[in-house]
Design a protein around this ligand. Sequence first.
Ligand SMILES: *Cc1c(COP(=O)(O)O)cnc(C)c1O
Length: 416
Amino acid sequence: MTVKPTFGGPGSYVIGEEEKKEVMDVLESGYLFRYGSEDDPNFKKKVFTLEQEFSQLIGVKHAVAVNSGTSALLTCLAALGIGPGDEVIVPGYTFIASISSIIVSRAIPILAEIDESLTLDPGDVEKKITNKTKAIMPVHMLGNPCQMDAIMDIAQRHGLLVIEDCAQAAGASFQGKRVGSIGEIAAFSLNVFKTITAGDGGIVVTDNDDYYERAFGFHDQGHKPMRAGVEVGKRSIVGLDLRMNELTGAFALAQVRKVDTILNTLREKKSKLKTALAKIPNINFRTINDQNGECATLLTLLFKGKATADAFGERAGTKTIAHSGWHVYNNMEQILQKKTSTLYPCPYECPAYGKDIQYYAHMLPQTDDILDRAINISVGVVDKGLGSGFGININSSDEEIHAVVEKVEKIMKNIT
Ligand SMILES: *Cc1c(COP(=O)(O)O)cnc(C)c1O
């Protein structure tokens, strides 16, 4: 069985017999719902097993599987009790879900700068703290772990909670600890553009028993973990239905078991590509916060000036990150216009946004400057929305890697 997708994350490119077997188990069992008869050997408990194996992989006590990464973020915010009036510091370069989940929770997103790692700048986080700040949401962008040592230090000094957005970084680690195990709680995504996938899906992880209980309740109508039945009359939270089903759980389970193989393959390919590109004059890269721990899903070039980056993009048939879509706050018109998920008149009377908080294009000059000079080359994530429609994929041969190097070399000769 070989799949040949034309876009998506590395997980999409390695779908094989393992996924097929897991899914067939469910089809043959007759159980599609995550809950089933414990004493029936036909009930395969794929979602439950996924939660067990994923929490072990990350190195935390608990996981809750949900139906998307966005649901996972909403669940994290609910678990921590973040709501009206609370400010959450989030980078201006991220997928919109990091920001929209805060708004839908009726809290206030405070946009902060990124640095040359393309992740949250700890120095700017410190500047954005007010007496309303409740949490920081570092996003491990493009598989690069954030500077979690500095971020956790700030959080501890100011008494803030940390929600890790690990949607783009399943399996990554920072200083030997898997991302998702460092802050209070974390969200992962399994959509097709991520490191591992199930088409759609998400996972929340935490080491804290109370946050776990609240997360579980939020994702399943207020029930206590595993709907053990003991909770009737004791449910203490109003929740939604964000559950994962057994088919998705089965597929995700096969992918979770492949994550380290995927990352090792990507690291090897990226290292070949990066070593060869580093020999070309005037080629520089974004900062990687943990060389051994990053996912290596993308290679980001960082040029000295915007003009060179634009010229490079034009010749490579791609765009700078600044212009490659809605991962950049400048391109999120509904945020800049203070829209919400309800019909409250905005911006003046909307409780989801602080009345004094302003959002406007180019409010983060450092972020704008960096993204204007940045070009993504795909290694494992092939996604035009990230500006990575150009590069290699997880199955690329040495010849294909070499062809990309030659292309970059040729472009650089023409523009410098
Ligand atoms: C993909 C992504 C999400 C949301 O995940 P979905 O599964 O698409 O809902 C959240 N945050 C970041 C940084 C992402 O890249």
